[in-house]
Design a protein. Structure first.
Length: 683
């Protein structure tokens, strides 16, 4: 039998990221057998073939039915458990097809994939192990992603939006998918993107913005062919395409007089539209919906609940095996602070908890990790633990809207890992990572910038989103280390240990550094309105968006206690409700999120609130400066252009950090009149 040709590897060399050819050295210098047939096995074969061509190994391809190849002395066998990888049929959708088993015995490493995607994950596991995959014996260990869905949401507009541009909250150039109002004709870079994503464990991508404007609405119907082209480009790496749709589609696309979820003609319209989607994209993943949120249409207009809305789409998708990801980001953005019920932090819980148990099995409630909006520090959303009969997906924001917009280094893996490890219940109750049965969703930070994410170090956030979705309990520093190894291949530089140490030093603490020089103690949202870059202590204080800090001459913070505040603290189960209820027990880093306290209030750390603000802001700038200096010292240990790009961004980070420090410190000095105990200049 003739072995199938190897699928060409979409190259990323021109656009540096993880997986440069060098990352494959250990594998590529060996004798490798790839067994099985199907689309994803072709991909694995292509990867192996390219690596072996580069590093002098040999790549052989066989169908699994052919036993003879096993007699030969292979170092690595990558094989499917069955003969076909299931890409063509329903098998690919088995929850378990992503599992693989790795064993090393008698000088041979064998990876058995339960399905094509398992084989692909197994390949990348071997790449991560490097030489260690070919060392001492390893007993068989089966690996499977903890969360079945690891999805990226691209907030990409097809047409350039007059206010939000091509990519809403995008800091990495234009869209990877869309250009000049249509899907890109040349999809090589989309293929290369799919490869990067597969290597970190992402298996689903939503290709358009959750805010669905008129042009984008048509992707569901007459422009589905463009989505199909993107789906084709992502499929060889095991990634399923998803689409954001507007709830008003029956009106704006179907010409119906209503989008009422209980109306028979509306239900028929969605069923027919969805059937056409599947005719174009047989493995289509499903819909993402932002409804009744920040101006998007939704079921409230018809007096219906969000379960009615989600179930309408779930029913349309069900015959085809699709899922609706229904976002819980529902709040009134045209309010002002009137009484305790208007607290934006409460809104998702108030809307969705009464609906627990009312959603279809193929409806997932997609919940932002915090109750407000991706601030550098928020408590974990109480919604996540409060709907035991609903599949929850947790949404994080890789695009750094509120964390420095990819001009500041802010490695988010440690933050996400804290969220995923949080136990909304008491004692040994499940973690957020265990409760997220609907998956982990990250808003993508990638674009058509040569470094994919604008700031080359922001790639670590994209990588971590996939890896933490696959293993929510993973040590976030180990995830960052993986990214460092796969991206910079330190062993190829003159001083590997110095490079590793330097990269670790600038990444690991970067989130906390960012937190220090921005809004203090969980109060959040002291950003400039609109674009959200840089400080503006009162920028949102008197706007209707529902984000406040209530600073006055005596104190600062939002009283969200049950006793005297908005009652938000009471949305948590014990022990959290009690812990957050009192300033005496509330963790320092969340104090101003939950309480309004005088400036002289003494934190658990022993410092007053106002002195803490001064201290952390000076420290944050000093830490940013130290990181910049470490970066400078790494010149010569990596490619010059990449070093220069980061160096340039550090100058902006430092400028920005100083601006934040001076703005926040002088704001609180003027409000409180309390001088810095250490006499430092406050501008
Ligand atoms: C906010 C963004 C806005 C998004 C919204 C969302 O500022 O651009 O549309 O989240 O998640 O953080 O829908």
């Amino acid at each position: 039998m003739t072995a199938p040709a190897a699928r060409p590897v979409p190259r990323t060399d021109a656009d540096p990221a993880w997986l440069p050819p060098e990352a494959f050295r250990a594998l590529g210098s060996r004798r490798v057998l790839v067994c099985g047939t199907g689309d994803l096995t072709d991909t694995v074969h292509g990867e192996v073939d390219a690596a072996c061509a580069e590093f002098g190994g040999t790549a052989v391809r066989a169908a699994v039915a052919d036993h003879r190849p096993y007699d030969r002395p292979y170092d690595l066998v990558l094989r499917l458990d069955g003969t076909a990888d299931g890409t063509a049929g329903g098998a690919e959708h088995r929850a378990d097809d992503e599992a693989f088993t790795l064993v090393r015995e008698r000088g041979r490493t064998t990876v058995s994939g339960a399905g094509g995607r398992g084989l692909l994950h197994g390949l990348f596991h071997v790449v991560r192990l490097g030489e260690a995959a070919f060392g001492a014996d390893r007993p068989p260990v089966t690996h499977r992603p903890a969360l079945a869905t690891r999805m990226l949401n691209h907030w990409d507009n097809v047409a350039v939006h007059p206010v939000m541009g091509q990519v809403e909250r995008g800091y990495a150039g234009g869209s990877l998918f869309w250009r000049d109002g249509r899907a890109r004709g040349d999809l090589d870079r989309v293929r290369a993107y799919g490869r990067l994503l597969a290597a970190c464990g992402i298996n689903a991508v939503c290709v358009n913005n959750v805010n669905v404007h008129t042009t984008e609405a048509h992707l569901l119907t007459d422009r589905i062919g463009e989505v199909a082209a993107l789906a084709d480009a992502l499929r060889p790496y095991g990634i399923r395409a998803h689409l954001s749709v507007t709830f008003a589609a029956p009106l704006v696309l179907g010409g119906l007089g209503t989008a009422d979820p209980l109306d028979a003609s509306v239900r028929a319209w969605w069923a027919a539209a969805t059937a056409r989607v599947y005719a174009a994209i047989p493995d289509f993943g499903g819909y993402v919906v932002k409804a009744d949120s920040e101006g998007q249409p939704g079921p409230f207009a018809y007096g219906r609940s969000h379960a009615d809305g989600a179930n309408l789409l779930a029913d349309a998708l069900a015959p085809h095996g699709g899922t609706v990801y229904w976002r819980a980001f529902v709040y009134n953005h045209r309010q002002d602070w009137r009484d305790r019920t208007t607290d934006r932090a409460r809104a998702a819980y108030d809307h969705f908890v009464p609906l627990d148990g009312a959603f279809r099995d193929n409806a997932v409630l997609q919940v932002k990790h915090g109750p407000v909006d991706f601030q550098p520090r928020e408590p974990v959303s109480p919604v996540i633990g409060a709907l035991p009969r609903t599949r929850i997906a947790v949404e994080v924001q890789a695009t750094q809207e509120y964390t420095g917009q990819q001009r500041h280094v802010c490695a988010l893996a440690p933050m996400w890992s804290e969220v995923l490890g949080f136990r909304p219940g008491a004692g040994a109750s499940p973690t957020v990572g265990e409760l997220a049965r609907g998956g982990l969703v990250a808003v993508s930070n990638a674009g058509d910038d040569p470094y994919w994410t604008g700031h080359p170090l922001a790639q670590a956030n994209l990588y971590a989103a996939g890896r933490l979705g696959a293993r929510p309990g993973a040590d976030p520093h180990a995830v960052l280390d993986e990214w460092i190894e796969l991206t910079f291949t330190p062993d190829t530089c003159p001083d590997p240990e110095r490079l590793r140490a330097g990269l670790r030093a600038v990444l690991r603490g970067s989130w906390r550094t960012y937190e220090k020089y921005t809004a203090p103690l969980g109060v959040g949202f002291m950003v400039q309105p609109g674009h959200h870059y840089g400080p503006s202590a009162d920028g949102y204080e008197y706007s209707p968006w529902g984000t406040y800090h209530f600073a006055d001459r005596d104190g600062v913070g939002v009283d969200r206690s049950r006793a005297t505040g908005t009652g938000y603290a009471g949305q948590y189960a014990e022990p959290w409700a009690t812990l957050y209820e009192s300033p005496a027990t509330c963790p320092d880093e969340l104090l101003l999120f939950f309480h309004h306290v005088p400036y002289g209030h003494v934190l658990h750390s022993g410092t007053t609130v106002v002195q803490h603000i001064y201290d952390t802001h000076f420290e944050g700038v000093a830490e940013a400066a130290a990181a910049r200096d470490i970066w400078t010292s790494l010149a010569g240990l990596m490619d010059g252009a990449r070093h220069a790009r980061v160096a340039e961004r550090y100058e902006e980070q430092l400028r920005g950090a100083r601006e934040w420090r001076d703005h926040i410190n002088s704001y609180f000095f003027r409000k409180s009149g309390v001088p810095d105990a250490r006499g430092r200049p406050i501008h």
